[in-house]
Design a protein around this ligand. Structure first.
Ligand SMILES: CC(C)(COP(=O)(O)OP(=O)(O)OC[C@H]1O[C@@H](n2cnc3c(N)ncnc32)[C@H](O)[C@@H]1OP(=O)(O)O)[C@@H](O)C(=O)NCCC(=O)NCCS
Length: 433
């Protein structure tokens, strides 16, 4: 069965399941909201349903029930490769089933067919000043492609609500196919004098992204890119990029509008942009201290950062209360491929120094590193020294998760989001009652 047929076979059972849960238990409570949560970013309020992944504070992320070591073992690899292919993860996120090698090949081929960038998009990208932040260029490119949305076209023609998922699926496949090329185009335009590299028809989606970026010929970078694109894909539905994509999609905005909105959220320094902030902060410390710093020097540097009212980038998390397993997966990769890299050594030393400092400071609920504390050092090791580009790599990956969810949103006919807001006067009245 093709990916689309497999996906289609899941639709009726899932619709029936949701329908009967809502019918039978619709009035049952699954969450309450406190005053702190209303003012504090709705932390822990259970009020959004996302099927593709779930996050446990201590164990970390599970993608359709599988943790990262299991993904590394069970997802198909490129010939001779050791890291999982992102196409396989997409299959898993969308269908809930582990893919075979053939399932993965089908997606690779499908994305090759759909991957060409239209001329108008190339012209738009060329017209954006090269020193515009890469995330701005990335978001603009995604929203520019909206002109070709199959969903918007079919909606205008009058399609049944039950069929919304189909044009959404087509938009998602078209968009995912193009993202590595958009990313590489932005990178080469902004940092390599517009000297672009054509896609290699022999390569998979992640392998091609590594190839078109053209930072190195080292095959380990190709493997890194596959792993990176798997690790950053999904982190359940409440994080800013996932929630924004879902929220905008709930107005029946198509995949282009929804993903561009999600990417604008990913571009915030407390979310995806933290990966560039980490590297900037680490490089500043390397410059200031000269070479691999001692633990005493690192301790002082961290306290200086905190005392100046800034956060330590790459540490802390809204949900996690342990070291992020995505950090550990990247650390394992580094121990294997770049154990002697000086900046990796500094990042490793920070792993020992920062948590006790944050604990002593007593503010952060989670003193442990998150995914962003580690990704930049590896990209830099292979020659990608332009920190501002890192969040684009994150965005290409994140699209796999949030767009899989968006198709499911249309399958399930999830309603337009419209939570009730209240004023402070109303809150005051309630609590004093
Ligand atoms: C991720 C993050 C935004 C989560 O925010 P959160 O859920 O509000 O975190 P907490 O509940 O632990 O925050 C409580 C306090 O600790 C502070 N804190 C949290 N992480 C911190 C860090 N890494 N360095 C310094 N202070 C931190 C918060 O700023 C907050 O301070 P405040 O009371 O003065 O407002 C936060 O940990 C952070 O800013 N980390 C650094 C940026 C980062 O790495 N982002 C990527 C996340 S994947």
């Amino acid at each position: 069965m093709s990916l689309k047929e497999t996906f289609q076979s899941k639709i009726d059972p899932m619709r029936n399941k949701v329908r009967s849960i809502v019918k039978e238990y619709g009035d049952q409570k699954i969450s309450d909201v406190t005053v702190t949560q209303a003012y504090g970013g709705m932390r822990g309020v259970k009020c959004i349903v996302t099927e593709t992944s779930a996050l446990d504070p201590f164990e970390g992320i599970r993608f359709r029930g599988y943790n990262i070591p299991q993904l590394k073992e069970k997802l198909p690899k490129a010939p001779g490769g050791e890291e999982p292919l992102p196409e396989g993860l997409f299959y898993l996120l969308l269908t809930g089933d582990l893919p075979t090698e053939d399932n993965v090949k089908e997606i690779t081929e499908e994305w090759k067919k759909r991957g060409e960038l239209p001329d108008y998009l190339v012209k738009i990208l060329d017209a954006i000043p090269a020193d515009t932040h890469p995330m701005t260029q990335f978001s603009a490119a995604i929203v520019s492609l909206q002109k070709d949305s199959v969903f918007s076209q079919q909606y205008r023609e009058g399609i049944s609500k039950m069929e919304y998922w189909d044009p959404m699926y087509e938009d998602v496949m078209n968009l995912l196919a193009k993202l590595p090329r958009i990313a590489a185009y932005i990178y080469r335009k902004s940092y390599r004098n517009g000297d672009h590299i054509a896609a290699d028809p022999e390569l998979d989606w992640g392998g091609n992204m590594a190839h078109m970026l053209g930072v190195t010929d080292d095959p380990a970078f190709t493997e890194l890119m596959r792993l990176y694109l798997v690790l950053h894909s999904d982190h359940e539905g409440g994080n800013v990029s996932a929630h924004t994509t879902h929220l905008v999609g709930s107005a029946l905005s198509d995949a282009y509008y929804s993903l561009a909105a999600g990417m604008n959220g990913l571009a915030g320094p407390l979310h995806g942009l933290a990966n560039q902030e980490v590297l900037r902060w680490v490089m500043h410390l390397m410059d200031e201290l000269g070479g691999v710093p001692t633990k005493e020097q690192l301790t002082k540097y961290c306290w200086d950062t905190l005392n100046s009212g800034q956060v330590i980038p790459g540490y802390g998390h809204a949900v996690l209360r342990q070291t992020d397993p995505r950090y550990m997966a990247q650390r394992d990769f580094s121990l294997k491929h770049l154990p002697d890299d000086e900046i990796f050594k500094a990042v490793s030393a920070l792993y020992e120094v920062v948590p006790p400092i944050l604990e002593e400071q007593g503010k952060a609920k989670n003193p442990w590193p998150n995914v962003d504390a580690h990704s930049g050092v590896i990209l830099l090791h292979y020659g990608m020294k332009e920190y501002d580009f890192y969040t684009v790599c994150f965005g290409v990956s994140r699209a796999l998760g949030v767009l899989s969810s968006l198709i499911w949103d249309r399958v399930l006919g999830l309603a337009i989001e419209r939570p009730k807001t209240v004023t402070t006067d109303w809150v005051e009245e309630q609590v004093k009652k």
